[in-house]
Design a binder for this molecule. Structure first.
Ligand SMILES: NC(=O)c1ccc[n+]([C@@H]2O[C@H](COP(=O)([O-])OP(=O)(O)OC[C@H]3O[C@@H](n4cnc5c(N)ncnc54)[C@H](O)[C@@H]3O)[C@@H](O)[C@H]2O)c1
Length: 420
């Protein structure tokens, strides 16, 4: 069957709009374009099947096309029910990629689309959040055979992989793309920082300046969100559980509070911890009328929705991607994008120039995995430093920036223990 016959998408006639979106990002992804040229020549994935689960929007679509240009037969599905864009899916089908993805499928269908992706019997996997790998290691172990390995995009997925590895149950190797410098320093920090406010601002159309923004978690993503909130003129409060990160946030000029205290004063809340129940019942009880809640962590468990519902007398959609919860005492609390990643479910995700580096790492890591999977064995491994550095060098070249090189004398000086 052809990709077009096999695919499950919402509406194939949306393809022209999807092609325009993909063309736009491609023009802003010079590093990935270079890798595409290399792949076209070298055909590293000739004859192989690659299954991808990522937030299915234009940048991801372009990554799928780059892997296809390297000779692979590519099948793609979403990694969150609300981040799939139907026009982009339709365009990919026209480009010969098998797509099993729709915007907002119900949870059962969402899972079925993932399973269909795995039923293509991939040799290699690109995962985001660990769902493909988890299905293969639990209910569909019959599909494990033949999987050589893959690459994982995000912090949460890597935590899940490491937990499988620790229990001795990981069945194939995975590269931890998130842990490369060219990923977390730029994607998690600058990408999440900018795109979270793109999502919040376009959804609410309200001002940020002068408001109090509470950022839960001061990891790589949280630092970016706090930085952007400050740039937009907000008073920024950070909550943490890690003492070192909390001191860092304080030294960066932010107010550090417990969530119990922050809940009383926040106008906007952004959770970005990768953990669950960060905002919960006791916090809703003390929040200001009109507080706006959002999440940018991978799963929709950071804002406890069941407890918010239980404390509410009514829930209604007041604007696209905004749910109004009216509490028993009359206060209203607003939740954006059902508590799913606000930058992707209510926006277009990170800027193309940021995903250029992330997806260059993804593409190179997949090739690395295919070249080395037998030597690596059943382990979670880091992106080799040379690949990480190469992405940075390509990026600098695309920006027309040259940097200095160590002279022989400088190298010798740095390598010497003798008196300086
Ligand atoms: N929205 C996006 O586009 C996007 C992009 C990259 C990563 N992510 C996701 O965002 C989440 C965070 O990623 P990261 O790279 O910043 O991770 P990280 O590990 O660098 O940071 C997470 C921080 O949250 C803190 N934390 C944990 N539990 C907490 C709690 N109860 N209260 C307050 N703070 C708490 C940790 O101490 C840590 O500092 C993950 O789920 C990741 O997959 C989202």
């Amino acid at each position: 069957m052809t990709a077009a016959e096999n695919s499950i998408v919402t509406d194939k006639s949306l393809a022209p709009e999807g092609h325009l979106k993909i063309d736009w990002v491609q023009a802003h992804m010079p590093v990935l374009n270079r890798i595409r040229e290399q792949f076209e020549k070298e055909q590293p994935f000739r004859g192989l099947k690659v299954a991808i689960s990522l937030h299915l929007e234009a940048k991801t679509a372009y990554l799928a096309k780059v892997v296809q240009a390297g000779g692979a037969e590519v099948t793609i599905t979403g990694s969150n029910p609300l981040s799939t864009q139907d026009d982009v899916c339709a365009a990919l089908v026209e480009d010969g990629i098998t797509v099993f993805a729709k915007y907002n499928p119900d949870p059962k269908e969402y899972k079925e689309l993932m399973i269909k992706t795995l039923e293509t019997r991939p040799d290699l996997i690109i995962d985001d959040g660990g769902d493909l790998v988890t299905i293969l290691h639990s209910e569909r172990r019959d599909l494990l055979e033949g999987v050589r390995g893959g690459a994982e995009e995000t912090t949460t997925g890597i935590l899940r992989l490491k937990s499988l590895e620790k229990e001795g149950r990981l069945e194939f190797p995975m590269v931890a793309v998130n842990d490369a410098n060219c990923k977390y320093l730029f994607d998690n920090r600058y990408g999440t920082g900018q795109s979270v406010f793109d999502g919040i601002n376009r959804t609410t159309n309200l001002v940020v300046a002068g408001k109090t923004v509470v950022v839960a978690g001061y990891g790589w993503c949280g630092k970016g969100v706090a930085m952007r909130a400050k740039g937009l003129g907000a008073q920024v409060v950070v909550t943490e559980i890690d003492a070192i990160k909390a001191v860092e946030a304080y030294m960066d000029g932010f107010t550090v509070l417990s969530m119990s205290d922050a809940a009383k004063i926040g106008d906007y809340f952004v959770t970005v911890t990768g953990n669950r129940d960060i905002i919960r019942g006791e916090h809703y009880e003390v929040m200001k009328d009109g507080a706006i809640l959002s999440n940018a962590g991978h799963f929709d468990v950071e804002v406890n929705k069941p407890e918010l519902e239980a404390q509410s007398v009514s829930v209604r959609t007041v604007r696209r991607n905004i749910e109004e919860y009216q509490l028993k005492d009359g206060r209203k609390i607003y939740l954006l994008a059902e508590g799913r990643l606000v930058n992707l479910a209510a926006g277009d995700g990170h800027p193309a120039e940021i995903m250029d580096m992330t997806f260059a790492l993804q593409a190179m890591s997949l090739k690395y995995m295919n070249d080395r999977y037998e030597q690596i064995g059943k382990a979670v491994v880091n992106v080799p430093y040379e690949l990480d550095e190469q992405v940075a060098r390509y990026k600098l070249e695309s920006l027309g920036i040259s940097i200095d090189r160590l002279s022989d004398e400088q190298k010798a000086y740095l390598d010497s223990w003798q008196e300086h």
